[in-house]
Design a protein around this ligand. Structure first.
Ligand code: GDP
Length: 197
């Protein structure tokens, strides 16, 4: 898919105030610092479209971007800040659960995972939740430029093995780098294919 146009639409905390659900929507989420903003900017080819991480405790927002006038890219607030308060975590949980259950045009959630780390409980639990809610998702491994291709292969293989313990069918996965652009075309083509369905 060629990105012809990308623009910011709205930021808000309420699903009801999100843009009309008239187009398919792809939501990006992951632990803070996973490289979400960098990857979104790389995907749409616009530096600075998605802001780099808001600091913990700031209002957590659902950010909508309109891409090619025919699909929405959504930047969801990240999880797993070490220093975040319990109230803030509860608010995040409530907002995200509501979003996942009620956003009728949600085509797929892209769960971003740092390719360098072993499986983290917070990511596995989030994917479990997506499974329980029946929300389609893919795993997007980030920052693969940070290690050799052989190391990436090994890390991903052990990650998928771990996933295999709780999933009959493994979700689709992508290997990406916002630095080198690896995986960009694959992920965009995947979105293009789902949009054609
Ligand atoms: P966010 O908190 O998930 O939005 O993460 P950011 O996009 O702000 O990235 C967090 C840090 O990781 C920043 O210092 C980025 O420059 C760096 N980073 C993000 N993606 C990549 C990548 O693909 N490769 C490398 N080497 N660094 C990255």
């Amino acid at each position: 898919m060629v990105i012809r146009d990308a623009r910011f639409l709205t930021s808000n905390t309420k699903v009801e105030l999100c843009p009309a659900p008239t187009m398919p929507e792809y939501a990006f989420i992951g632990r803070s610092n996973v490289g979400k903003s960098s990857l979104i900017n790389k995907l749409v080819g616009r530096t600075g479209l998605a802001k780099t991480s808001a600091s913990p405790g700031k209002t957590q927002l659902i950010n909508h971007f309109l891409i090619n006038e025919n699909w929405y890219l959504v930047d969801l607030p990240g999880y797993g800040y070490a220093r975040v308060s319990k109230t803030s975590r509860t608010e995040w949980s409530r907002m995200i659960n509501y979003y996942l259950r009620h956003r009728e045009n949600l085509a797929c959630v892209c769960v971003l995972i740092d390719s360098r780390h072993p499986p983290q409980a917070v990511d596995l639990e989030f994917m479990e939740k997506l499974g329980e809610e029946g929300v389609p998702f893919v795993m997007v491994f980030t920052k693969i430029d940070k290690q050799s291709a052989a190391q990436t292969r090994e890390l991903i293989a052990s990650y998928l093995q771990k996933m295999g313990e709780s999933w009959d069918e493994l979700p689709r996965h992508f290997l990406t780098s916002a630095e080198s652009g690896a995986g960009r075309d694959e992920l965009l083509n995947f979105i293009g294919e789902v949009n054609q369905e």
